[in-house]
Design a protein around this ligand. Structure first.
Ligand SMILES: *Cc1c(COP(=O)(O)O)cnc(C)c1O
Length: 428
């Protein structure tokens, strides 16, 4: 499908849908309504849709709680004491890791702080952090306050990589050169895997290699990459990563995060960490004794016993991912986003009204396209919403649209294009 020929026609879009092996998954999700009509939902990058199976998964745990109460911790196959194991196969497939390298816990911002406790260990010589400019605000605040926690000045410690003038995304060479340039003082590279604003998917393998050559740890915030882009965290040698599960992973607003910790750190009790009883050796946990002994692998970073209801919703979604298959999802995603890109090109041509700032190269993006609106501004976006398109507007002038391969169709993309065309005619 390298040279897919696209057409701007409803008939063509319907034909693609008929030939889509994943078309059945759409009916497994609830779609919201806008102005009384089922929305064209392109906002899975912000909050994924609810799988219809969620109620049943949560209901089962509510029943266990009602019928078993405290015995639910140890009773049966799905005993809550072992519930963390359930999500591991699907999570490992999504991020490309071994099962012992991943665990679902806490929330994303909390997890990245906890991981930096272990993996950001500034010394007099090596203390700098490299990140991308314009990172998601939570990440900026995390870095700023971690640095201050160590008594350092953020302005002298955090190196932000900017796009070149006139460009919107980062060149891999510029990232690698910045790492090399600061290597004597570099402690950590921590950045997005997929940039939330531009939709750029970074070359995590090359960045990790460069970071390690500079003697630094390398970690990624995968909020926009997990469940969206192909990942091979283990093979790439990434030290740590974390993500949230409510964006592309459809697990519900604010739901549990996941972490990856490379197996080279699996048995490192000397790595400092902020521990809790749930990271302590499971066999001895209920001895309630002094002296923290971390569990093997990512489990050793757990703190608290998990919210079982949250995990149930998470599992409903993970089971869908496992069934659909990561490779199949990516294959459709490339075609679907390729179609969106093609149609936007048909509509705006080289008029300069719209500019796609997400990289053209499929290897450098997930499903999201970020459209710079050079004329018409937010009016264009508001008009889209009135017609039932749910995307999102990012200050000062970017519309992000993310057709996801699990629940969006080629017809969605076609209809979006028609409505966009009308909106541009009115306002741009
Ligand atoms: C969505 C997002 C977050 C959100 O963090 P929470 O702790 O889940 O609220 C953080 N970082 C990035 C890059 C994000 O895209």
């Amino acid at each position: 499908m390298e040279n897919q020929i696209y057409k701007y026609s409803e008939e063509f879009a319907r034909e693609l849908d008929e030939n889509d092996p994943l078309r059945g998954y759409r009916s497994k999700f609830y779609f919201p309504k806008v102005n009384g009509r089922e929305a064209i939902y392109f906002c899975g990058n912000s909050l994924g849709l609810q799988p219809k199976s969620v109620k049943e998964y949560i209901g089962k745990e509510l029943d266990n709680w009602a019928n078993l109460a405290v015995d639910g911790h140890f009773f049966g196959e799905d005993a809550w004491y072992h519930i963390r194991k359930k999500s591991k196969p699907a999570l490992a497939a999504i991020v490309g890791s071994h099962e012992h390298e991943v665990v679902a816990m806490n929330n994303l911002s909390s997890n990245l702080h906890f991981l930096m406790v272990s993996f950001y260990r500034p010394t007099k010589e090596k203390f700098k952090i490299i990140t991308e400019a314009g990172a998601f605000p939570s990440d900026m605040y995390m870095l700023e306050t971690q640095v201050k926690f160590h008594g350092l000045d953020p302005n002298e410690t955090i190196i932000e990589i900017h796009p070149r003038s006139g460009e919107h995304t980062l060149r891999t060479d510029d990232i690698l050169n910045t790492i090399a340039e600061h290597k004597d003082q570099l402690a950590l590279v921590m950045m997005a895997g997929l940039q939330y604003y531009t939709g750029q998917l970074f070359d995590m393998e090359a960045i990790t290699k460069a970071g390690h050559e500079a003697g630094a740890n390398v970690g990624f915030d995968l909020a926009h990459a997990a469940g969206n882009a192909p990942l091979r965290l283990h093979d790439w040698g990434v030290d740590f990563a974390a993500w949230c599960s409510y964006k592309y992973m459809n697990s519900g607003p604010g739901n549990i995060s996941g972490v990856f910790i490379h197996e080279r750190h699996a048995e490192s009790p000397e790595l400092p960490r902020f521990a809790g009883w749930w990271g302590h050796d499971e066999g001895e946990r209920f001895k309630m004794e002094k002296g923290f002994k971390p569990m093997f692998g990512a489990d050793g970073w757990q703190l608290a016993n998990s919210n079982v209801l949250a995990l149930a919703a998470h599992q409903a979604s993970l089971d869908i991912f496992e069934e659909a298959g990561i490779k199949n999802l990516r294959a459709k995603s490339e075609l679907l986003t390729g179609y969106l890109e093609f149609l936007i090109g048909q509509i705006s041509g080289d008029s300069g009204i719209l500019e796609i700032i997400t990289p053209k190269n499929k290897q450098e993006r997930g499903c999201q396209l970020s459209l710079l609106v050079n004329k018409g501004g937010k009016k264009v976006f508001d008009a889209l919403y009135e017609e039932g398109i749910v995307g999102d507007w990012r200050h000062p002038n970017v519309i992000r649209v993310a057709p996801t391969p699990l629940y969006n169709s080629y017809l969605d993309v076609y209809q979006f294009a028609r409505i966009l065309e009308q909106s541009l005619q009115k306002f741009a």
